[in-house]
Design a binder for this molecule. Structure first.
Ligand code: FAD
Ligand code: NAP
Length: 360
């Protein structure tokens, strides 16, 4: 365990905005976590960080920042069709995806090039191009910073929903994830992409029976053509979540704005904010849709907008970026302008996906 006071966080988040924390602590093992617990380091406000690609730091951060640098990788072939993989929280997610494609193991190939660590993946239940972590997640090991014990979570205990989990909600923030286990698929895995831009890209290349490698290559190419590279244009991917509307609110919205695209929330996916019964069902009147936030931002005229030192990415309006000169405060100002305009025009509240810490 390494400790450093008055440390810069600039290199530890993909927005690269200047920021200083009171103390930064590198954690490399379960022993480090136990030692931090014994020293009482969790008794004062703290934050755990992976690679900071879904995080924005403001200039001054009073919380102690724990940097998760857990390594570790094990896999076990259960049978021809099931491969069990366990990886440390600090392992780069994309390294796992690349490995699974190279081995011919399916289930996460469309989630290629999502930046960040494996330990952060369950926090917002990462997803892209029709795949989502909870489709393959088998377990999460985490440290309870209140009791100083480890617990192995089943997928049900993680409380996954659309871009959300127990670990993202206030009641789950005392857990630090140390490893995740996935069940990947072997020989009988059916590769059937349905995500429109991926299908179009494969069709254009004349590929009707794609391999895992084809899917990975095409998703990687689409992403590279649409998204800014954080090392030259600092950003944290989508700044806002796609809003989820349910029941009457969804019906009213669809009637009032028939031109707005929407998608039924995946069947079987629990709806955030709606109570789930013991048998796992939710009230049928809580039918839910998700509305693409990028479309709403584009249609209030802010796609490509440049505001002082921060902009809305011209090819994807959900992404806020800068050229290396902005502070976190500049970014929040633009975010709040976007939220105001979308609320006034569509009556919809855009919730931040990116976690913001610190003060001016
Ligand atoms: P961090 O930013 O370090 O942390 C994110 C949150 O998780 C924080 O609240 C942190 O406290 C918490 N956390 C981190 N590690 C742990 C841990 N070990 N235990 C408990 N809590 C923890 N996301 C998608 O879902 N799909 C995408 O397609 C996608 N594309 C992206 C593209 C770009 C260019 C960028 C910059 C981001 C994109 N993201 C996407 C967002 C981001 O990649 C994911 O959210 C990723 O999982 C964040 O990993 P991280 O290690 O950087 O997390
Ligand atoms: P897109 O294809 O332009 O689509 C816009 C939005 O509509 C997406 O967010 C997607 O929701 C939804 N959508 C489109 N087709 C859908 C379908 N057939 N079924 C259900 N939902 C559908 O999106 P994009 O911006 O190029 O991103 C492509 C993928 O990469 C998306 O899955 C997106 O989530 C992911 N991505 C995420 C981030 C991030 O930081 N979170 C950044 C870049 C890309 P979903 O988001 O639920 O898929």
């Amino acid at each position: 365990m390494n400790r450093q006071t008055q440390a810069s966080l600039q290199a530890y988040h993909s927005f690269r905005c200047p920021s200083i924390t009171e103390e930064e602590v590198s954690i490399r093992s379960e022993d480090d976590l136990m030692e931090a617990y014994r020293l009482g380091l969790f008794n004062e406000p703290w934050i755990v960080l992976g690679h900071g690609t879904n995080t924005l730091f403001l200039p001054r951060v009073s919380e102690r920042v724990f940097l998760m640098q857990f390594e570790g990788f094990e896999h076990e072939i259960l049978n021809d069709d099931q491969i069990h993989v366990t990886v440390g929280a600090g392992v780069e997610w994309d390294d796992l995806v690349e490995w699974s494609i190279s081995q011919g193991y399916g289930g996460i190939e469309a989630m290629i090039r999502i930046p960040g660590t494996c330990g952060a993946a369950p926090v917002q239940n990462i997803g892209a191009y029709g795949q989502e972590l909870d489709h393959v997640l088998h377990g999460v090991r985490a440290f309870d910073t209140q009791k100083g014990v480890f617990h192995d979570f089943t997928p049900d205990e993680c409380g996954f929903s659309y871009r959300d989990s127990l670990f993202k909600r206030p009641e789950g923030r005392h857990w630090i994830i140390t490893s995740i286990s996935l069940r990947l698929h072997g020989a009988s895995y059916q590769i059937r992409p349905t995500y429109p831009s991926l299908v179009a890209s494969l069709n254009e290349a004349g590929i009707s029976n794609p391999t895992l490698k084809d899917v990975g290559q095409h998703v990687a190419a689409i992403r590279a053509s649409k998204l800014p590279n954080p090392s030259s244009q600092p950003n944290a991917g989508s700044f806002f979540k796609n809003p989820v509307l349910r029941g009457d609110q969804a019906s009213r919205f669809m009637a009032q704005f028939p031109e707005v695209p929407w998608f039924e929330l995946e069947v079987g996916m629990s709806i955030p904010g709606v109570e789930t019964e013991d048998d796992g069902t939710q009230d049928a009147s809580s039918h839910a849709i998700k509305v693409p936030a990028g479309w709403l931002i584009e249609h209030v005229g802010l796609k490509g907008e440049w505001n002082g030192r921060v902009g809305v990415w011209p090819k994807q309006a959900l992404v806020l970026y800068h050229q290396g000169e902005a502070t976190g405060v500049d970014i929040l100002e633009l975010a709040s302008r976007i939220q105001d305009k979308v609320r006034q025009t569509f009556g919809v509240e855009l919730e931040q996906e990116v976690r913001v810490y610190g003060v001016e």
